[in-house]
Design a protein. Structure first.
Length: 260
């Protein structure tokens, strides 16, 4: 049991961990080669910037920038795969590409790089999806995210010109959009308070004489109607009376002469 639980935890964290490892390998490669691949990031409304839709989340300005995204990616990715396992991969990649596309169309003219947009997309998806689906454990998760990452909301405003607040904003919008669009996929609420189906009433013909005696006239009248029609009286409903068989005997005295 403990072993299977360990395997389950490792599986849920496998994709987020693998993605983060790729980000660190890319950043380490730039440091080892003493170069910067920022030119391959996203630049809005340019042909060469189209590649940034894919490369933007993979590139970071420095190790500090990457470290700031590493922990949220691991935590939010784990929560996504733990609670939305059936659609987790689809949600991740839809947010990944939708954020890049929105950036390319609407962001200001500047190089945009970093996985912050994906982080915002995952956080807002988990937050809004929990309330939209009305599942208690997912709603509790939404409140937990408020406690952990509630201050993230300030990142969608243009307070710092050196920060790609557009990436944060469009990532958040992507998360909200797909939380609503995919509300019918993945975990669904269970109606625990549904009323139990009432058992059909027993027709009058199936009641014993003692059970009929305990019923009121109104109840008897209602029970005689089953499915909108009245019971048909058959031979089985009619109390059978035993037949009386009469046997007549004629006594005749023995004739003594007949024995001679």
């Amino acid at each position: 049991m403990l072993k299977s639980s360990r395997h389950l935890i490792l599986f849920r964290g496998l994709f987020p961990f693998t993605f983060v490892v790729i980000l660190w390998l890319i950043q380490l490669a730039q440091g080892f080669l003493q170069t910067s691949w920022a030119d391959y990031s996203l630049y809005p409304r340019t042909i060469h910037g189209l590649a940034g839709i894919i490369t933007c989340p993979l590139l970071h300005a420095n190790f500090s920038h990457l470290l700031g995204n590493t922990v949220p990616l691991l935590i939010l990715g784990f929560l996504l795969w733990s609670n939305y396992r059936e659609i987790a991969g689809k949600v991740f990649w839809l947010i990944y590409f939708c954020n890049g596309i929105l950036l390319w169309f609407f962001a200001r003219d500047s190089f945009h790089l970093g996985a912050s947009g994906v982080v915002y997309g995952l956080a807002f998806f988990l937050f809004f999806s929990g309330f939209i689906r009305k599942i208690p454990r997912l709603t509790m998760l939404s409140f937990l995210l408020i406690f952990l990452y509630g201050s993230m909301v300030w990142g969608i405003f243009p307070f710092d010109p050196t920060v790609s607040w557009e990436g944060h904003l469009y990532g958040a919008l992507s998360g909200i959009i797909f939380a609503y669009v995919m509300r019918k996929q993945g975990p669904q609420p269970v109606n625990y308070w549904a009323e139990e189906e009432e058992e059909p009433e027993t027709p009058e013909s199936q009641l014993t004489a003692g059970e009929k005696a305990l019923l009121t006239p109104e109840q008897l009248a209602r029970l005689t109607e089953v499915s909108g029609t009245r019971d048909i009286v058959t031979d089985e409903n009619v109390e059978k009376t035993p037949r009386v068989i009469n046997i007549n005997y004629d006594y005749k005295e023995k004739d003594d002469d007949s024995t001679k």
